[in-house]
Design a protein around this ligand. Structure first.
Ligand code: OFO
Length: 162
């Protein structure tokens, strides 16, 4: 059984994960509007990953005999300056999520909630990967600058995301 405090913190994290999905859906819309089909497909995979992150927490709360409540999902933007602006915003958001996951882990340590610690270790590793993905794409975008050929190659490469 989860403590009331842990259940509330996990429920808030479910909202943050759905908000993440929504933020990336806004980015997908921007790429569609600008005809970056590969980057749009990359973001679509990101949207689905975030929904799976939310659902993993959702299932876990019920596995521990808790209950979920579902709050409003905050409005997001579909307006960005360029692809670099999008991925920089994505990286900042991932850093925010990383600190949120670390906060949950601190709580699980304080409560000696070993089951939740085990669950959160998966998310901690996932966040390392997520931040690295965004950092790599930002580095590629910075190298290509405003070169249309470079952007097109990167768009195609990102469209091949598994
Ligand atoms: Fe992007 O990792 Fe979940 O939020």
């Amino acid at each position: 059984m989860l403590s009331k405090q842990m259940q509330q913190a996990l429920v808030e994290q479910i909202n943050k994960e759905f908000h993440s999905a929504y933020i990336y859906l806004g980015m997908e819309a921007y790429f569609e509007n600008e005809n970056y089909k590969g980057m749009s497909a990359w973001m679509n995979k990101q949207v689905k990953e975030e929904i799976s992150h939310a659902m993993k927490f959702f299932r876990y709360v019920y596995e521990r005999s808790g209950e979920v409540s579902l709050d409003t999902i905050e409005k997001v933007s579909v307006d960005y300056k360029n692809p670099l602006d999008v991925f920089k915003a994505g990286l900042e958001h991932e850093k925010f999520i990383t600190s949120s996951i670390h906060g949950l882990y601190d709580l699980a340590l304080a409560e000696k909630d070993y089951g939740t610690q085990e669950l959160l270790r998966w998310y901690i590793s996932e966040q390392v990967e997520e931040e690295a993905n965004f950092e790599y794409i930002i580095a590629m975008l910075e190298k290509s600058g405003d070169n249309p050929g470079g952007l097109m190659i990167l768009d195609e490469k990102l469209g091949a995301r598994e």
